[in-house]
Design a protein around this ligand. Structure first.
Ligand SMILES: NC(=O)c1ccc[n+]([C@@H]2O[C@H](COP(=O)([O-])OP(=O)(O)OC[C@H]3O[C@@H](n4cnc5c(N)ncnc54)[C@H](OP(=O)(O)O)[C@@H]3O)[C@@H](O)[C@H]2O)c1
Length: 248
C-alpha cells in the first residue's frame, strides 16, 4: 500500500464497518489512500476494517457518527482534520433500507430513512465541500430501486432518486473547484443489505440478472475505486449502474 493511484490521499468512507462500505474502504486503501473508516453502531466492525487495512500495510483511523445528526457529522470531520489534516475522497455509502405499505406509513421509519439516506449524505457532502480541492472526489451510493421501484419500496426508492439529483447539482457546483461528484447504483449485493434477505428474495434478484447471481461488494468497490481515481477526472455528474444487467 501507499504506492497506488491514491497514494498521499485521504479517503472517508461512511458505513465502512460492514457491507459495501467495508469493501470500498479496503479497496481504496489498496489503492494507497489513508482511510477514515466511519461507523455508527458497528464499532467492532469498523475496528476490524481498520485492522485489515493496517495488516495490509495501510493507514486507517475510525470515526463514529450518526450521519442523520449534523453536530455528529461536524465532529466526524473535525476528527479527520485532526487525524489526517487533509481530505481528498468522500464516499457516501452508509444507508438504510425499509419498506411497507402506503396505508401503514410509519412516521418513525420515515424519519429514520430520510435522516440516514438523505440528510446524512447532505451533511457529509456539506462538510466535504469546505475541504475538498482540485482532484477531490465525492461518490454517492444510490440503488437500482431508484430505477425500478417495487411495491413497498417507495420511501427508500425516493431517497435513492434524490441522491442522483444531489449528485448532478453538486457536480455542477463543485466542478468549479476541480472536484468530481458521481453516483454508483448497485443492484442486489452481498455482503451488504442482502445478507439478511429471505432465500426467496435472494433468488428473485439472482433470476433478474442474466448472470444468474447477485453482485459482490467487491464489484461495487471496484467501480467506486475507478471514480475515486485520477483516471476518472472527466467523469462527473454521472450515474454508473453496477447490477449485472438485472431488470429490477
Ligand atoms: N447491498 C445491496 O443489495 C444494495 C443495493 C443497492 C444499494 N445499496 C446501497 O449501498 C449502500 C451500502 O449498503 P450496504 O449493503 O453496505 O448496507 P448494510 O450492510 O446494511 O450497511 C449499512 C451501513 O449504513 C450504516 N448506517 C446505518 N445507519 C446509520 C446512521 N444513522 N449513521 C451512520 N451510518 C449508518 C451502517 O453503519 P453501522 O453498522 O456502523 O451502524 C452500515 O455500515 C447503501 O447506501 C445502500 O442503500 C445496497
Amino acid at each position: 500500500m501507499g504506492e497506488g493511484v491514491l497514494a498521499g490521499k485521504v479517503a472517508l468512507v461512511t458505513g465502512a464497518g460492514r457491507g459495501i462500505g467495508r469493501a470500498i474502504a479496503l479497496r481504496l486503501a489498496q489503492d494507497g489512500a489513508r482511510l477514515a473508516v466511519h461507523y455508527s453502531g458497528s464499532e467492532q466492525g469498523a475496528l476490524e476494517t481498520a485492522k485489515m487495512i493496517r495488516d495490509a500495510g495501510g493507514e486507517a483511523m475510525t470515526v463514529r457518527a450518526d450521519i442523520a445528526r449534523r453536530d455528529e457529522v461536524r465532529a466526524l470531520f473535525a476528527a479527520i482534520d485532526e487525524g489526517f489534516g487533509r481530505l481528498d475522497v468522500v464516499v457516501n455509502s452508509a444507508g438504510v433500507s425499509g419498506g411497507g405499505s402506503l396505508a401503514d406509513l410509519d412516521d418513525e421509519q420515515l424519519e429514520w430513512m430520510l435522516g440516514v439516506n438523505l440528510r446524512g449524505p447532505l451533511y457529509v457532502a456539506s462538510e466535504a465541500a469546505r475541504r475538498l480541492g482540485e482532484g477531490g472526489r465525492i461518490v454517492n451510493l444510490s440503488s437500482s430501486l431508484s430505477e425500478f421501484p417495487m411495491a413497498g419500496s417507495g420511501v427508500y426508492s425516493a431517497t435513492k432518486v434524490a441522491i442522483k439529483s444531489l449528485t448532478e447539482s453538486w457536480a455542477k457546483e463543485l466542478g468549479r473547484k476541480g472536484v468530481t461528484v458521481n453516483t454508483v447504483i448497485p443492484g442486489a449485493t452481498a455482503p451488504g443489505m442482502m445478507d439478511k434477505a429471505p432465500e426467496a428474495t435472494r433468488a428473485f434478484f439472482e433470476n433478474a440478472s442474466p448472470f444468474g447471481r447477485i453482485g459482490t461488494a467487491g464489484e461495487i468497490a471496484d467501480v467506486v475505486a475507478f471514480l475515486a481515481s485520477p483516471q476518472a477526472s472527466w467523469v462527473s455528474g454521472a450515474h454508473i449502474m453496477a447490477n449485472g444487467a438485472a431488470n429490477t
